[in-house]
Design a protein around this ligand. Structure first.
Ligand code: CP3
Length: 346
């Protein structure tokens, strides 16, 4: 066990596989509707207005840090600001998820999209990182973006979907259009991640929420190379790739070039560590365990920590926190991570 580390060192060391005093903990989607302080802000502004206001984003980013003393923040923003910056109309209606108009399905549709000046079009997220660093300099902040494949899913479908059938059909019916869109997205996403690193992000995460709708060989042919192209734009900070439902992709995740791999809750973390070799991992508690009795939650947190081992692990959920999560459970989770004592080696 190393000497006590500050939060910057703890996160960086864990993401690079270096010794830590204990694994850092943060939670995907840690700012949001399960927090009454977040809902109070959302009563005054719409979600997209919030995403466009860097100062307010920084304030919301602080909310879970102040409530739960997490080891890292993640900038408050959304993955769909990228398609919007490329010229696709984006709305969030009440009661339903995002809507993107018009859908992108042909070479002509693709030609209507622009390569934005990322520093201008996506500036609120970059400024929010700078503002957060001024407010809470002791806490590292992660930047993020949606992966090219996950963004393609929304852009082709125009909305969320159970199976993303239209996006998958594009891969088979017009692979050239799909590849061209993935390439264009990879460059915009990569520039956006690099701009976040330059604004002071301690690490960046690429969310590939829909990698798991593809058969493994298709994920390998389309999603992983596009993720690699995006991550290749980033210099100087650790890069995390999170493929939800990516358990079957473990042998190939290294092809993304990411420094660390996010694991959802369906992956056996011991198996993941074997297949990934020395690559650090992040995850992988089932988000619904935050609804379990506190002693069950604590035991399962300790199971994950034990299975992950002491090096190269960032504690997190296997996916975003559920919107009805009780705040007291988050406090229990953080205490469970801090109270964990690894067994002495046999
Ligand atoms: O962790 C954090 O604090 C950062 C916040 C964050 C948001 N979106 C805020 C948000 C992050 C990391 C995202 C990423 C994101 N956005 C993903 C990838 C991660 C994942 O959860 O799979 C995806 C697929 C999106 C697209 C998106 N944005 C969807 C499908 C939705 C849900 C629609 C709904 O109303 O439930 C959103 C909206 C969204 N993004 C909310 C928040 C807090 C809720 C907006 C509100 O306040 O009403």
């Amino acid at each position: 066990m190393a000497a006590p580390l500050d939060k910057h060192q703890r996160l960086r060391n864990a993401l690079l596989g270096l010794p830590v005093d204990r694994p850092p903990v943060w939670l995907m989607r840690q700012a949001g509707r399960y927090m009454p302080v977040y809902r109070a802000i959302r009563e005054k502004v719409s979600f997209l207005e919030l995403c466009a206001d860097a100062q307010l984003c920084a304030e919301v980013t602080c909310q879970p840090i102040d409530a739960f003393d997490l080891d890292a923040a993640i900038v408050f923003s959304d993955i769909l600001t990228v398609p919007a910056a490329m010229g696709q109309g984006l709305t969030f209606g009440t009661g339903h998820g995002p809507q993107l108009n018009p859908v992108v399905r042909t070479a002509d549709d693709l030609a209507t999209l622009r390569h934005p000046d990322v520093g201008t079009a996506l500036r609120p997220a970059h400024d929010a990182i700078r503002a957060f660093r001024a407010l809470r300099p002791e806490v590292p902040i992660l930047g993020f973006a949606g992966s090219p494949w996950t963004l393609l899913c929304y852009m082709v479908e125009g909305q969320g979907s159970k199976d993303f059938a239209a996006a998958k059909r594009l891969l088979w019916e017009a692979p050239d259009v799909a590849r061209a869109l993935l390439d264009r997205l990879a460059d915009v996403v990569g520039e956006h991640l690099q701009a976040q690193a330059e604004a002071g992000a301690a690490a960046v995460q690429l969310f590939d929420t829909w990698a798991g709708v593809l058969a493994p060989e298709e994920a390998r042919a389309f999603a992983l190379p596009a993720a690699a192209r995006a991550l290749d734009h980033v210099r100087g900070v650790p890069r995390i790739y999170f493929a939800k439902a990516g358990g079957d992709l473990l042998p190939w995740l290294g092809e993304t070039g990411a420094d660390a791999q996010g694991l959802d809750w369906k992956v056996d973390i011991r198996r993941a560590r074997k297949v990934l070799g020395g690559t650090p991992v992040q995850g992988n508690l089932d988000p619904l365990l935050l609804f379990a009795p506190p002693e069950v939650l604590t035991a399962r947190v300790h199971d994950v920590l034990r299975a992950a081992g002491p090096l190269g692990h960032v504690f997190n959920l296997g996916h975003g926190i559920h919107r009805h999560t009780p705040e007291a459970a988050v406090t229990t989770l953080v205490q469970a991570v801090r109270s964990f004592v690894p067994e002495a080696a046999a």
